[in-house]
Design a protein around this ligand. Sequence first.
Ligand code: ADE
Length: 332
Amino acid sequence: MDQTRQLMRDAVPLLLQWYRVCKRDLPWRRVRTPYSTLVSELMLQQTRVEAVKERFVRFMQRFPTAEALAAADEEAVLKLWEGLGYYARARNLHKAAKRIATEGFPQTEVGVRSLPGVGEYTAGAICSIALGLPVPAVDGNVLRIITRLTADGSNVGDAATRARIAAELRAVYPPQTDAFCEALMELGAIVCVPNGAPACGACPWNGLCRAHAAGREEAYPIRSEKPARRVVEGTVLVLRRGNAYALEKRPPGGLLAGLWQFPFFEGAAPDLGRTIAEKRAKHVFTHVEWHMTGKLVEADGRPLPYIWATAGQIAERYAIPSAFKAFAEWIV
Ligand code: ADE
């Protein structure tokens, strides 16, 4: 057998043993259903474990089953998602719940992959964690720990590299698919970390790891430079009229699709009244950065194409993305 395959095989039991002892107590690891795994894995996409913990518990209390979520209206789901970002996930989860409520939870890799919002990584996580299927979930963490273990100098930005590593993992998958999948994630999260020194002294692979043997842990993974993010200059108006504030719905496609926002203008904003306060804020998305000037404005009398909501109504009903958080502080 090829030496790398043998190395990966040797690594599996060490990792499982380490995970049994060292795994973190996280809310989604306590009581599990396929549906709860779908919820946690969608929440964990692009979002830190710490930020998800409490939100997951709250979401499961409110919508404990796919049927309960399927019966909710979309605004309520978005409101509960407020602040987590990437709101398309909430809409996809809602759609997936409707499908699951009528058809049942899919039982195959192809079926899981066909759920809205479930890409290759999330399908791997759900199949492994909830369905006992040996489907690898390969993200940046897993690429890092495997390229270090095997001293693999290929560019992890290439789809071919990722596919090869996924195939290697698939070939060594043990019967404990749930523990294996989460153990890989766990090692990347708490031991074999990306920035700063990895905790090699605490690593179950420290006698096997080729990068560690060469003292070159931090040389892996190899990754080509990412393209720079586009910068958008914009103006956000927190328009006040009496005790109500103007809100508009974003367009149905693209960034923050269909969510509520304070009137937003690329570049400068038209003069719609008297400016009371002004501040700058920045929000970084995956591919774009918004550099914003926010203005609190006492609107003059002209008709405007917005809805008007009080502070109480905004808090209860309208999900305002975190990008506008700095300006939401003006709402009282
Ligand atoms: N990141 C994505 N899925 C995760 C999980 N199940 N546990 C910890 N971190 C994760």
